[in-house]
Unconditional design. Structure first.
Length: 128
């Protein structure tokens, strides 16, 4: 419990200096996501980085709950989780969508008998 109160007092000092606690959740989520993405052991570490952000946020909310049990609310906790995970989830989803689209293009280009749009266009006739 003492650790939770110490953590809460440190967070309160940071919020007092920086401003909005909601904005700090957004920045912290992105910062943790980028650091985890850079440290990921494989090329596509976005899911792992997202899991690290989720674990960090759940740890943060657990410490908040332990430090402020009488004043703790579900609305604040859910808001903090959404704000922290919003951009990391969006970036991970956009990357997955782009990979899926790229794979479809590669597979369709590799199929024999499939004529691509660029090969059906007629070449211009040069006149001299």
């Amino acid at each position: 419990m003492e650790l939770a109160r110490l953590y809460k007092s440190l967070i309160d000092v940071i919020v007092a200096q920086a401003g909005s606690a909601a904005l700090l959740h957004v920045h912290a989520g992105l910062a943790i996501y980028l650091v985890a993405l850079l440290l990921a052991p494989h090329r596509r570490g976005a899911i792992l980085a997202l899991q690290v952000v989720l674990a960090a946020e759940l740890g943060n909310e657990t410490l908040d709950w332990l430090a402020a049990t009488p004043h703790w609310t579900w609305a604040d906790t859910l808001s903090d989780i959404v704000l922290t995970l919003l951009w990391p989830v969006a970036i991970t989803a956009a990357g997955a969508w782009r990979r899926r689209r790229w794979r479809r293009m590669v597979v369709s280009a590799a199929r024999p008998g499939v004529v691509s749009l660029s090969s059906t266009r007629r070449a211009p006739i040069a006149t001299t």
